[in-house]
Ligand binder design. Structure first.
Ligand code: URP
Ligand code: ZN
Length: 457
């Protein structure tokens, strides 16, 4: 045996028990109150809680955007993930001009394999330029990438697909047994409001949010859920941000559409007030932050039976000097914020400790449900004999002020620096290896593996 976590209070999506967890060869080999054989490292988790390693199914490491790339590469981004208790990320392959979908997938594998500090999987973005390759979708699924992301917005960046093309992608992905991820915001509403705001000289960060109201999200969700119903496709709405959008997902689910939603830590913690700050640009992402009532609706949606089944980070940070490109024009602010390191600390401290969600909900939305929906179960998403030894130990007594110097992302600010947590991850174990202890990354570059994912149906 390599490692024994003793006196563990283990909580998974469905169980809570006290035991010791024995680890050998990267797997859980025993769950019983045994003594440690000689040579095994023993970690005493008395007074702490152990949950399955987090699966952050929404990251954008080293993503090329106009004029730059997101600040974290696959190394620094997965170091940050590990330090927040995440043991698997799922990033999005973004095909570049002239690249085929399979070529882009190979390029992502080459870049990520040598850097990742925890395990990773990939989704495939499917943009307008990729439509001539729609017949390659089954081959991409065969390579362990059974989910495809489409956009209803971002026409200028070449990301948006027309409804008819979204329907074609849905049919093809359904035929291959895969899942369609959707960035759902109405391009028409956003373009009209953006044009009006810029023409009137309303150019600061708060007009980013005022150009992307909740109705823009709700309208697009209403549309794509109907397309999915017609195509009998399974879909998930990424980064759900609003009460109105949530109501559309609930309505579609009641009508029989196979849909679930993901939200992100920033929509659960922050509101659009932050756009009035002098550094409001640092909080610009899409969809934008909404109101207090939206935040409350999202927390509610994380409970048992709720339609928000996963929390992903949409980790895509930019340095403040890059955010400043939009000082005179909010449309020039690179969109995206950090988050992978913050998911578990925030859901524990602001969610469990404040009574908004249970420990079971925390384990489910950060690990059990993403493992199931994204084809990673049963080796990931639970703590049971034979599963990967991926887990995180949370110390309920540890208080951490989430300032930039504490967080590991390669940016110069923290969007959560006003928060002092009640409880924090103190140990992360990835396939049997300790990768974070007491806030220090102790793993290695390139030690994570690509995990081919199964198609869910
Ligand atoms: O604002 C967001 N969601 N940024 C992530 C990267 C992208 O452009 O989708
Ligand atoms: Zn994203």
């Amino acid at each position: 045996m390599d490692l024994l976590i003793k006196n563990a209070r283990v909580v998974t999506s469905s169980e809570s028990f006290e035991s010791s967890i024995g680890v050998e060869g990267g797997k859980v080999v025993s769950i019983s109150p045994i003594l440690a054989p000689s040579g095994a490292r023993v970690y005493d988790a008395a007074g702490k809680v152990v949950i399955p390693g987090g699966i952050d199914a929404h990251t954008h490491m080293e993503l090329p955007v106009t004029g730059t790339t997101s600040a974290d590469d696959f190394y620094s981004g997965t170091v940050a993930a590990a330090c927040g208790g995440i043991t698997t990320i799922v990033d999005f392959v973004d095909t570049q001009p002239g690249q085929s979908v399979l070529g882009a997938l190979a390029d992502y594998r080459r870049r990520a394999d040598s850097k990742v500090a925890v395990d990773y999987g990939l989704h495939m973005m499917f943009k307008g330029k990729d439509l001539p390759e729609i017949d390659k979708i089954p081959e991409v699924v065969q390579k362990g990438v059974p989910s495809f992301k489409v956009y209803t917005a971002y026409k200028a960046r070449g990301l948006m697909l027309e409804d008819a093309d979204i329907a074609r992608v849905m049919e093809k992905v359904r035929g291959a047994g895969g899942l369609v991820a959707i960035h759902a915001e109405s391009e028409r509403i956003i373009q009209q409001l953006t044009k009006e705001n810029l023409a009137a000289g309303r150019t600061s960060a708060k007009y980013h949010a005022l150009s992307r109201p909740a109705e823009a999200e709700a309208e697009a969700i209403s549309r794509v859920t109907k397309l999915a119903r017609r195509a009998s496709a399974s879909i998930y709405i990424v980064h759900l941000s609003s009460r109105l959008g949530k109501a559309e997902v609930e309505k579609a689910r009641q009508e029989g559409t196979r849909v679930f939603a993901e939200t992100c830590p920033h929509y659960l913690i922050l509101t659009d007030d932050v756009y009035n700050r002098a550094d409001g640009r640092n909080y610009v992402m899409s969809p934008s932050l909404k109101k207090t009532e939206d935040r409350a609706a999202l927390w509610e949606g994380l409970g048992p039976g709720g339609i928000i089944e996963t929390v992903g980070s949409d980790h895509c940070p930019f340095r403040s000097s890059e955010k400043d490109w939009g000082e005179e024009d909010f449309t020039k602010i690179p969109n995206g914020v950090p988050g992978t390191e913050a998911i578990i600390p925030l859901l524990y401290s602001e969610g469990v400790r404040k009574g908004r969600i249970s420990m079971f909900d925390l384990a489910r939305v950060t690990s059990g449900a993403p493992a199931m929906h994204f084809g990673l179960a049963p080796s990931k998403g639970s703590i049971s004999v034979g599963s990967n030894a991926d887990f995180v130990v949370i110390d309920p007594r540890k208080q951490v002020r989430m300032t930039a110097d504490v967080m590991h992302s390669k940016i110069d600010y923290s969007i959560y620096d006003h928060i002092r947590t009640e409880g924090y991850p103190v140990l992360t174990v990835s396939r049997g290896e300790v990768v974070m202890e007491d806030g220090e990354f102790v793993g290695g570059r390139g030690k994570g593996r690509f995990i081919p994912r199964r198609a869910a149906s």
